[in-house]
Ligand binder design. Structure first.
Ligand code: ADP
Ligand code: MG
Length: 345
């Protein structure tokens, strides 16, 4: 495992590690209400010997969308074909999957908000009537052939439900939003996965790893793998509280779960920009990072942990952020003289 893997919140290749991903809903942690609703839909479909309705999962990265897409076909006892939105550039990219469907199969499209318009429109009749138009032959010999598909279940996953068009969203019978996990749930996940990785971990150490994992299973798994590696090479292979703390300190992950880049962002906003309000472009240029990296990978967690505020006039560091960096808010900062509300004057 590289440092990048631990520090980045992006999916790591190891995330597809079949050891850690639950393959049945009964092995999943949390998300009880969603699982209960899905069970009812699955049971009913099985009893009627019908295909399960299309399902859309939305929510931030790393919370279990792909995991559900693996568990549901297993519960149904059907195969799954895994596709990703950005790889479907034209309708023809979808045709092989649609024409080779096995009975009641699941088709999973990850990042479905990134499917181009032409592909999306092609999906409408496939989803609704299980039919597609195939163009056979070239030039003047080309003929449109209406092809009947085997009924299937489409599972779509997206981190940006708002970017889906209404017609596409309406074609999903079941829509579920995944939320962040509690500390107790993540602690349980860390303990269970330590067992799968065959490494001993104490209760306090599991909670320590969980508390620095941003309420996100994928991050908890990444942190756990790093702590395990550390325990094997620097300690006796067992994860005690102090081993976990030392390992996370070495990876520069602090007690709030912030990593080096998060702290660099806060340092830029607080020390250089006096706490803001500062435009994201200015912060990005000062940090020598791209605006997209800040907006997609750094700010969501800082906003969620109430370290920064996003205002029409720029980003503002909160009192919590000043306290986290051990810096007193300067008296002339926007934060103290009501910069937040100046718009309304
Ligand atoms: N409810 C859960 N119970 C146990 N592990 C989970 C759960 N949700 C996610 N995970 C773990 O977190 C990793 C990332 O989850 P994934 O489903 O890939 O997230 P995404 O929502 O980004 O598709 C998985 O490999 C799995 O090991
Ligand atoms: Mg995923």
């Amino acid at each position: 495992m590289t440092r990048e893997t631990i520090l980045s919140n992006k999916p790591a290749p190891e995330d597809d590690d079949p050891h850690l991903r639950p393959m049945k809903m009964s092995e999943m942690i949390g998300q009880k209400e969603i699982i209960a609703r899905l069970r009812i839909a699955i049971d009913a479909a099985k009893q009627r010997d019908e295909v399960l309705g299309h399902i859309l999962f939305d929510g931030p990265p790393g919370l279990g969308k792909t995991t559900f897409a693996h568990c549901i076909p297993n519960e149904l006892g059907v195969p799954v074909d895994l596709l990703s939105g950005p790889s479907l550039k034209a309708p023809k990219d979808l045709v092989p999957s649609l024409t080779n469907l096995r009975p009641k199969q699941v088709l999973f499209i990850d990042e479905i908000h990134r499917v181009p318009k032409a592909v999306e429109e092609y999906m409408y009749t496939a989803m609704e009537d299980f039919r597609i138009d195939l163009i056979l032959g070239d030039g003047i010999n080309a003929r449109t052939h209406n092809f009947k598909l085997r009924p299937f279940t489409l599972i779509g996953a997206t981190t940006r439900a708002g970017m889906l068009t209404q017609p596409l969203r309406d074609r999903f019978q079941i829509r579920e939003h995944l939320d962040f996990y509690t500390l107790a749930q993540l602690g349980e996940l860390v303990k269970r996965n330590a067992e799968k990785l065959k490494v001993a971990i104490t209760e306090e150490a599991a909670l320590e790893v969980a508390s620095r994992s941003r309420s996100t299973p994928r991050i908890a798994n990444n942190r756990l793998r790093w702590v395990r590696d550390y325990a094997q090479s620097r300690a006796d292979g067992k994860i005690s509280l102090s081993v976990a703390q030392d390992a996370l300190k070495m990876a520069e992950i602090d007690d709030q779960g912030l990593d080096r880049l998060d702290r660099k962002y806060l340092d830029t906003l607080i020390r250089i920009c006096m706490g803001g309000p500062t435009g994201i472009e200015t912060i990005a240029a000062t940090m020598n990072a791209s605006v997209d990296t800040l907006a997609d990978e750094i700010e969501p967690f800082l906003l969620r942990s109430e370290m920064i505020l996003r205002t029409p006039r720029g980003r503002i560091a909160t009192a919590k952020a000043f306290a986290h960096l051990n810096i007193n808010p300067p008296t002339n900062s926007a934060f103290n003289n009501g910069g937040l509300f100046r718009d309304q004057e």
